[in-house]
Ligand binder design. Structure first.
Ligand code: HEM
Length: 287
């Protein structure tokens, strides 16, 4: 997955100097073909395993294979492989990166972590594990996710767009067929839009309408279709991490906030932290 993401985000010089395509100048095309073949055979194996397994489970793949039986001309293996690929490529790294940043910010701001813990103790308690139904009661937790997405948008330049006709933004004339990148990372830190833009302050989202200024999932027709799913999974996962464990930094120093360069905004140094179980939850109540 890492290799696909890094090759997918690599600059392809042949996009700008078309004649270089003849030579596959830096071997990018060859590498893409190799990795596509590997990914395709991995996904085909996955489909075949599920197809021949007698036991049915409640997974996306099982549902798609059921659809294949009633509409084989649409739900081909090719379409199913594409759908799984999109889920894996667009949905996993982005969500896990955001969670890593959220935990880093919480560990660097123990007062915010405590506030989130108190909210969980008040609205969920310890009788059951946090689940999707609890999320609407956990507004502070949701604001932590928004604030993490503001400071560390997982796709900092969104995806490249293309102008379908000539247009003007402020004093800039943009010709048709221009590749356009939106710098969400910079817009999210613009002091004209945000008070204390570089501070981690989940409280800012208590003001109505503040979330509308976020660009982390893009906007318009090509905005991220996984936004709701991502919010739910990230809120539940972060909620579980706070509900079940006591968290501490490894040393006294604040955790490094350096960012790696790339299509997705990874931490330069992966997060390492200490945790211990908060309370022995009765396992029969946990699920
Ligand atoms: C924290 C999590 C996520 C973030 C920050 C994120 C962000 C984005 C962004 C910025 C775009 C491009 C929007 C644009 O350029 O206007 C995008 C596109 C997309 N995302 Fe997400 N995403 C996340 C999770 C997911 C999940 C969970 C899925 C699906 C399971 C998903 C599926 C997609 C797809 C299919 C597109 C392409 C849409 C298109 O081109 O029309 N994303 N995402």
């Amino acid at each position: 997955m890492k290799e696909i993401l890094s090759l997918g985000g690599a600059t392809n010089i042949s996009d700008f100097l078309g004649f270089l395509r003849w030579f596959d100048f830096d071997g990018l095309e060859k590498s893409l073909k190799r990795i596509s073949k590997r990914a395709d055979s991995f996904l085909q194996r996955l489909i075949d395993e599920h197809r021949f397994e007698k036991r049915t489970t409640n997974t996306m793949l099982d549902h798609l294979l059921k659809q294949q039986q009633s509409q084989p001309e649409y739900y081909t293996d090719q379409i199913i492989k594409g759908l799984i690929m999109v889920m894996l490529l667009a949905g996993t790294d982005t969500s896990s990166i955001t969670l890593e940043w959220a935990m880093t910010n919480l560990l660097n701001n123990p007062n915010i972590l405590k506030k989130a813990k108190d909210e969980l103790d008040t609205h969920v308690g310890q009788d059951h594990l946090v689940n999707e139904h609890d999320i609407s009661k956990l507004s502070y937790l949701q604001n932590i996710v928004y604030e993490s997405l503001r400071l560390h948008p997982a796709a900092p330049l969104l995806l490249p767009h293309f102008s379908s006709k000539d247009f003007t933004i402020e004093k800039y004339n943009i010709p048709q067929n221009t590749i356009l990148m939106v710098n969400a990372w910079a817009i999210h830190k613009d002091p004209n839009l945000w008070i204390d833009p570089i501070c981690f302050k989940p409280e800012r989202f208590e003001k109505e309408g503040e979330t509308n200024k976020l660009l982390s999932f893009g906007m318009g027709r090509r905005a991220c279709p996984g936004e709701n799913l991502a919010h739910r999974t990230m809120s539940v996962t972060l909620g579980l991490l706070i509900q079940c464990f006591e968290w501490k930094r490894i040393g006294k120093d604040k955790i490094d906030m350096g960012e790696k360069k790339g299509v997705t905004l990874e931490k330069e140094i992966s997060l390492k932290a200490m945790c211990k179980l908060r309370h022995p939850m009765k396992i029969e109540n946990a699920f």
